[in-house]
Design a protein around this ligand. Structure first.
Ligand code: PGA
Length: 253
């Protein structure tokens, strides 16, 4: 799998200007970890300011609308994220799939809009606890990959998948390393089925209760190319511990 480990913080609906200090501290420290690609996805109100505040790390959105413009009150399109300085956007996060009832087809349209606007994409997939208990986890997740992956020419070069079991997000619970390995393998096979050889280079991140204490173990799993971090990305101290764990693995790997 190509590329540096990719450690991305998703601030969700957290952060006002005061929190830019955390972003600045993360950015300064990123210079010590050249073997890790680091990025933050703040709320869109902070994007422009964060872009101005940081130099080394990537900055991205948490979602975008599928249309380029128009009468969609409250929405933000991919071109606006790009204009505010974003390098990438997250799409299809399970909180949006659940609370905004986003379908695979909508997530795919958003990913395609983001790629057309010149952004990279982190596309999230993951099963619920009931789906895992029913033995359907791999089927559900590979169907999400199939239904939401963008068809845009050149898509695999600017696409990452984030596997985030819904039951692991914000709960402190994580799947076993064997379950993570099996799911990442299944996602890889689906990506190769969709994109051919180019599917081998798409980074697959793990997300869901990644913390300093479990980061090294999760990041060492085959096919785990990085982490999407929620709660532990809100302070420089907790986020940098995860970046440091990725850097240590990159040194030995
Ligand atoms: P968490 O969130 O790290 O707080 O579990 C991860 C995510 O939702 O991306």
């Amino acid at each position: 799998m190509a590329g540096l480990p990719y450690i991305v913080g998703n601030w969700k609906m957290n952060g006002t200007r005061a929190m830019l200090n955390e972003a600045r501290a993360i950015d300064r420290a990123a210079a010590r970890f050249p073997k890790v690609q680091v990025a933050l996805a703040p709320p869109s109100t902070l994007l422009y300011r964060m872009r101005d505040t940081v130099e080394l790390i990537g900055v991205g959105g948490q979602d975008c609308h599928a249309k380029d413009n128009g009468a969609y009150t409250g929405e933000v399109c991919a071109g606006m994220l790009k204009d505010a300085g974003a390098d990438f956007t997250i799409v299809g996060h399970s909180e949006r799939r659940e609370y905004q009832s986003e379908t695979d087809a909508e997530v795919k349209a958003k990913a395609e809009a983001a790629l057309s606007a010149g952004l990279s994409v982190i596309l999230c997939v993951g099963e619920t606890e009931a789906q895992r208990d029913a033995g359907d986890a791999e089927g559900v997740v590979t169907a999400q990959v199939e239904g939401s992956c963008p068809s845009t020419e050149g898509a695999p070069e600017r696409l990452s998948i984030a596997y985030e079991p819904v039951w692991a997000i914000g709960t402190g619970r994580v799947p076993s390393v064997d379950d993570v390995a099996a799911m990442h393998k299944a996602i890889r096979a689906k990506l190769v089925a969709i994109y051919g050889d180019a599917g081998s280079d798409v980074r697959i991140l793990y997300g869901g209760s990644v913390k300093a204490e479990n980061a090294a173990e999760l990041l060492a799993v085959p096919e785990v190319g990085g982490a999407l971090v929620g709660g532990a990305s809100l302070t420089a101290e907790s986020f940098l511990a995860i970046v440091g764990a990725a850097a240590s693995l990159a040194e030995v790997g």
